[in-house]
Design a protein around this ligand. Sequence first.
Ligand code: APR
Ligand code: ZN
Length: 378
Amino acid sequence: MEDTTGKVITCQAAVAWEAKKPLVIETVEVEPPKAGEVRIKILYTGVCRSDAFFLNGSDPRKPFPFILGHEGGGIVESVGEGVTTVKPGDHVIPLYVPQCNECKFCKSPKSNLCDEMGIKYVKGVMPDGTSRFKCKGKPVYHLMGCSTFSQYTVVTETSVTKVNPSAPLDKVCLLGCGISTGYGAALNTAKVEPGSTCAIWGLGGVGLAVAMGCKEAGASRIIGVDINPDKFELGKKFGLTEGVNPKDHDKPIQDVLVGMTDGGLDFTFECIGNVACMRAALESCHKGWGVATVIGVAPAQQEISTRPFQLVTGRVWQGSVFGGWKSKDSIPKLVDSYMNKKILVDEFVSNNINLNQINEAFDLMHSGKSIRTVVKLW
Ligand code: APR
Ligand code: ZN
């Protein structure tokens, strides 16, 4: 293999030039990593709803053009000065929630946020304020610190973690977002208890991973709430015990669920990003102790509401990002859990496509027919 260390690499990437337009496969230049950075050859990437969120221009602060993708798996090509936690040849997963280990959040056991997130999301540049991607002579911005829709990418050392080299990257790439998010929300954020009753709004990749976490925690009932009834049968594999379609009922879904569960659920999860469902999930909780966890990302500007009496009488409304996992420390462990057959990952892959078909992955996602599409970069 040619030694590319220190050189600009020319490769293929899917570039988002404008909001709401299909991605365009382009030849891009990827600069070598600077100090504290890592250049990765990406082999596989998942396509997630948050990619669509940014492509739709839902965050108006995000400058175009940029390279999407944050559920990737690859091999380190070269590292910049001072990098110690990964080396060329390591199998790695990029992290959209970084872990710098130095900020207030990283030092607290109470949170998995990290101060580095802001700049990575909004400005789309590396810490020195510049981008490592160029296309047609113009800079192309990074996204969520990952940009895995490219055959090569550059990330900071805080946004990448080394994983077991025998793990199949075409599967474990999905642990970079959706699966870990749902599974961790049940186990780390809600701390679902044995024998408890749970309900999950939205049975996409995130909601199904919540079901998997609830099952592992020993929940006695795991009720899926979805307007697409095809999801109920599918959900059984992940631990769902029953399904409820709000369209089958005239009364509000919270009344239906409270009736089905002798006063309400112990734990509920919103995995859609719909503020009306967030309210229903809170109001379906049992008085005195029910806990509602918000996972779905709602459109910017929207607000949630309920009567404060719901909280005064002991229900808890909380949220979670990336399942509460401290990313750099936890993803290697989740990969091992998959290798030890403790968690499902293969079952989340419904389609496999090549980079030049990437726009089809968005169509599949919007059609509701696919849980996750995995894109092969090479
Ligand atoms: N009521 C019930 N179910 C709904 C509703 C609704 N009003 N609207 C959509 N759904 C269902 C869909 O039928 C689908 O099964 O929600 C599910 C959403 O699944 P996906 O679109 O596959 O989304 P997913 O990848 O799981 O992400 C869900 O989590 O991390 C966030 O940004 C992500 O906000 C998104 C959410
Ligand atoms: Zn940090």
